[in-house]
Design a protein around this ligand. Structure first.
Ligand SMILES: Nc1ncnc2c1ncn2[C@@H]1O[C@H](COP(=O)(O)OP(=O)(O)O)[C@@H](O)[C@H]1O
Ligand SMILES: [Mg+2]
Length: 369
């Protein structure tokens, strides 16, 4: 269409793709998504091509004529991403994707960079598990190297008696064993790195998980921020530079005795950054697009205090959510399903106390109380 804006091709069409579209449409962008589901959430904001993400030809066709191709799911197979990347610039690049989709490659790179990570060991075969437990001790966390998300594909090992069950549950696939970190809290930092290497980091966020799934975030993270912010910033920048990452990058962290350990990376927009839609001057989604298009980045400053609560399984009552002062509802347009992320609510406030009050009110609605 004449006069229509540049096309961004996106591998994956879930809620992250949908929110990329919602951020990009005001900038004059158009979107195409590749997703195996005809009901993909992103179909509301762009053209959906229904195909397996293992279909390299479909990915190449998606990218044809686009100004840039990106991904909203880190499970996109490397060959799919590379095939798309042959037709339009792939940002972030395939290496960022491939490192982040293998927990062993990820932790090995972090350790090589001298960044703090929990002790870890590769596990190959049942005998290898005994050996790794012998080295790291218990408690420990056994995880699949690939394909895990929202706490799926991992088991906590507390006693030697847990090994057989965990081994059977995870299957005979490449695994990684990690020391179980008795953290004081979990944090996340969202960085955005532009095409010219300029990097900006959003305020550090406190994250709360239940059953391995993100439940809530508080931004900026409560407590004295400066030291943690500087340390998290330095980690995110080091990783982004190493990967020559372009776009949004999330780094999940554990805080223990005032020190940070890196848990995992996501080379994409991330659930712990959803608060930025209303809570920052420029959202992680808009900044991802600005970065991959080579445009100037927007300010990552927080506007006041924000809290975010995920809606899992089913959406909360719309009118009760909207009745909470400062609340913003995000309905991903997905069908209900146990544990599925179907939406989120962000609450914004001028003070951290008002934010916490709003957060409590939202949680009561989301929990159906
Ligand atoms: N080594 C660990 N020690 C303590 N808790 C952990 C460890 N690894 C994971 N967890 C807990 O499980 C959650 C999900 O694990 P994570 O490795 O981030 O996988 P996922 O890809 O499913 O998000 C973490 O946010 C944390 O709460
Ligand atoms: Mg995680």
């Amino acid at each position: 269409v004449e006069g229509a804006g540049p096309v961004v091709a996106v591998l994956g069409g879930g809620q992250l793709g949908r929110m990329l579209g919602l951020a990009g449409i005001p900038l004059g962008l158009r979107f195409r998504f590749l997703d195996p589901s005809p009901d993909a959430a992103a179909a509301a904001v762009g053209a959906l091509r229904v195909s397996s993400l293992h279909d390299a030809d479909a990915a190449a066709a998606l990218a044809e004529g686009a100004v840039v191709v990106t991904y909203e799911w880190e499970g996109v197979p490397g060959p799919t991403a590379r095939a798309a990347g042959a037709r339009a610039p792939l940002r972030p690049n395939a290496r960022a994707l491939e490192v982040a989709q293998d927990r062993l490659a990820e932790k090995t790179m972090l350790a090589r960079l001298g960044l703090p990570v929990p002790a870890f060991a590769p596990v190959d075969g049942r005998g290898g598990l005994d050996e790794a437990v012998g080295r790291l001790g218990l408690p420990a966390v056994l995880k699949t190297r690939r394909g895990g998300y929202d706490g799926k594909g991992q088991r906590v090992l507390r006693t030697a008696g847990d090994l057989d069950e965990a081994w059977a549950a995870l299957g005979d696939v490449p695994l990684i064993l990690e020391e179980h970190v008795a953290f004081d809290r979990e944090l996340s930092i969202i960085a955005v790195r532009g095409l010219d290497g300029t990097t900006a980091c959003y305020p550090l966020v406190e994250t709360e998980h239940g059953g391995g799934i993100l439940r809530a975030t508080r931004a900026p993270a409560p407590g004295p921020a400066e030291a943690g912010q500087a340390a998290a910033d330095a980690i995110a920048r080091r990783v982004a530079d190493e990967l020559d990452h372009v776009g949004t990058l999330a780094v999940e962290l554990f805080e223990r005795d005032g020190r940070l350990l890196v848990n995992e990376l996501a080379p994409r927009v991330h659930n712990s950054g959803h608060w930025t839609i209303e809570g920052a001057v420029t959202s992680q989604f808009e900044n991802h697009l600005r970065a991959i298009l080579g445009w100037p980045l927007g300010s990552v400053a927080a506007r006041g205090h924000s809290g975010m609560v995920n809606a899992l399984g089913t959406l909360p009552d719309r009118e009760r959510v909207l009745a909470v002062t400062g609340a913003h509802l995000h309905d991903y347009g997905k069908g209900p399903h146990p544990g599925r992320k179907v939406g989120h609510v962000t609450v914004t406030a001028d003070t951290s106390a008002a934010r916490d009050q709003g957060l409590a009110a939202i949680r009561a609605v989301v929990d159906g109380r």
